[in-house]
Design a binder for this molecule. Structure first.
Ligand code: NAD
Ligand code: IPM
Ligand code: MN
Length: 352
């Protein structure tokens, strides 16, 4: 036990609105314990770029690195804002943090809590986690274009998959599956078409599987995986997949398990060499920003992931229980961001 140095990046749009509630939940969860958080706010995102022209300076990065963990709301402006073309906040800030801090595991749990409406008629018992690779794939920026704007334009975006990078995330996924009751791992890829990367992922999973005889392993092509996520999501336990497939599958996973306003994530550096970063799966939602109606639950559940990562299991469970109790009784009531925060914070403090 000591003081946890937490970098806080509220970001843009609804980011600051949901982070405010998440920090209240964090305070409530550790109240009366010896766990202390010392927060450093970082003003980063589209708004900061428009003000100063900086996306993420070397000094920002060094300062963020000098923390134990990061809580991020959301970054990014209004899609299509001409002033942001070329700045590319998503690449220059969010992805840069994930790459520089070696967040090779992007952990995205999906649980359909009792009482929560799913757009699926009969979703069953949905409780799975996507282990999305976070530092490779088509996200690395290994691409380029020639003859841009002409009929002869060629644009390439090359997916990078290294034996080192695939093995470490696959190992993490097996360990995660082995620690869960159902002990099931599904590799999702597109090995029938992306034969080189697909072969590397498949061989890696087969090789590590030998060390985990307790884990049952299956494989789905990503297109078929989207079918089963809708027709039978309860079949999944741990899904391991590449960066882009994982991005797409986890918005779908959010939608089927109560909505994107509930989906939390952790960008994990399992080696502990760099601070891990916790954030809702959703973005800055410019369409509802400033109205005080964003659902802060995903940000609050990201705090639970943060506490769990830091080894504060009891406090993490407290936050999770409070959220579960709140969403069980939510119904269709339209509550403001702070009303949802109030209700969850009250439950965290209530020693249920
Ligand atoms: P988005 O997730 O911001 O919004 C998609 C839809 O979901 C919108 O209708 C929005 O109102 C709704 N929504 C999202 N979060 C919600 C919440 N907590 N409560 C209620 N409704 C919610 O995705 P987008 O519109 O594609 O992207 C907007 C901006 O955010 C873009 O600049 C994008 O690049 C960026 N983005 C950032 C992150 C991040 O920082 N991690 C993630 C995704 C998108
Ligand atoms: C997410 C987002 C990011 C991603 C974007 C904003 C770079 O969609 O966190 O899911 O694609 O990973
Ligand atoms: Mn996404």
């Amino acid at each position: 036990v000591g003081t946890v140095r937490l970098a806080v990046i509220p970001g843009d749009g609804i980011g600051p609105e949901v982070v405010a509630e998440a920090l209240r939940a964090l305070d409530a969860a550790v109240a009366g314990t010896e766990i202390a958080f010392e927060q450093t706010p970082f003003s980063l995102g589209a708004a900061r770029y428009l003000e100063t022209g900086d996306v993420l300076t070397d000094d920002d990065l060094a300062a963020i690195k000098d923390h134990d963990a990061i809580l991020l709301g959301a970054v990014g402006g209004v899609p299509g804002d001409p002033r942001l073309v070329g700045a590319n906040i998503e690449r220059g800030l969010l992805l840069k943090l994930r790459f520089e801090l070696d967040h090779y595991v992007n952990l995205r749990p999906s649980v359909l809590h009792p009482g929560v409406a799913s757009p699926l008629a009969d979703p069953g018992d949905v409780d799975f986690v996507v282990v999305r690779e976070g530092t490779e794939g088509p996200y690395v920026g290994n691409g380029g274009a020639i003859r841009v704007g002409t009929p002869a334009e060629v644009a390439n975006e090359v997916s990078v998959n290294t034996a080192y990078g695939v093995e470490r995330v696959v190992r993490y996924a097996f360990a995660a599956a082995s620690a869960r009751p159902r002990k099931k791992l599904t590799l999702v890829h597109k090995t029938n078409v992306l034969v080189f990367a697909g072969s590397l992922w498949k061989r890696t999973v087969d090789a590590v599987a030998v060390e985990y005889p307790d884990v049952s392993v299956d494989y789905l092509h990503v297109d078929a995986a989207t079918i089963f996520l809708v027709t039978d999501p309860a079949r999944f336990d741990v899904i391991v997949t590449d960066n882009l497939f994982g991005d797409i599958l986890t918005d779908l996973a959010g939608a089927i398990s109560g909505g994107i306003g509930l989906a939390a994530s952790g960008n994990i550096n399992p080696d502990g060499r760099f601070p891990s970063m916790f954030e809702p799966v959703h973005g800055s939602a410019p369409d509802i920003a400033g109205k005080g109606i964003a659902d802060p639950t995903a940000a609050i559940l990201s705090v639970a992931l943060l506490l769990d990562h830091l080894g504060h299991r009891e406090q993490a469970a407290k936050v999770q229980r409070a959220v579960a109790a709140d969403i069980a009784e939510r119904g269709d009531a339209r509550r403001s961001t702070s009303e949802v925060g109030d209700a969850i914070v009250a439950r965290i403090g209530a020693h249920e």
